[in-house]
Design a protein. Sequence first.
Length: 145
Amino acid sequence: MLVDILAIGKLKDRAIQARCEEYLSWLGAYGKVRLELLPDAGKAREGVALLKRLEKERGARVIVLAEEGREFTSVELARHLGTIQSKVVLVIGGPDGLADEVKSRADELWSLSRLTFTHEIARLLVLEQLFRAQNILHGGHYHRE
């Protein structure tokens, strides 16, 4: 598994930051997961920066978090991610959301829920669900059905 997570802004909440770091370290057992932070600069400027960064990702599967995206159960997400043979680039917007151009660039849109979360909580949920998915795919015991 090779995953790059592109996220806007630094986390301000230390507890969330600690949990994110914990999940990132746990994910290391399953492959390479990198978190790249882009500066918080407002939706339009963030969109330009994200699109410029995504130009480097030829051949990667770009998955953008968006409220209008597809929802998965944890098992469905694990199975879906398990079918992707290329590098995955996950894009998480900032407090103002994502520019439409970034959503249009996506190969797919993923919604964490019909609820709205802060970008900090969304980042934590993405990392937790990535870990859960890998654990499911590898027969671990983190996920119970």
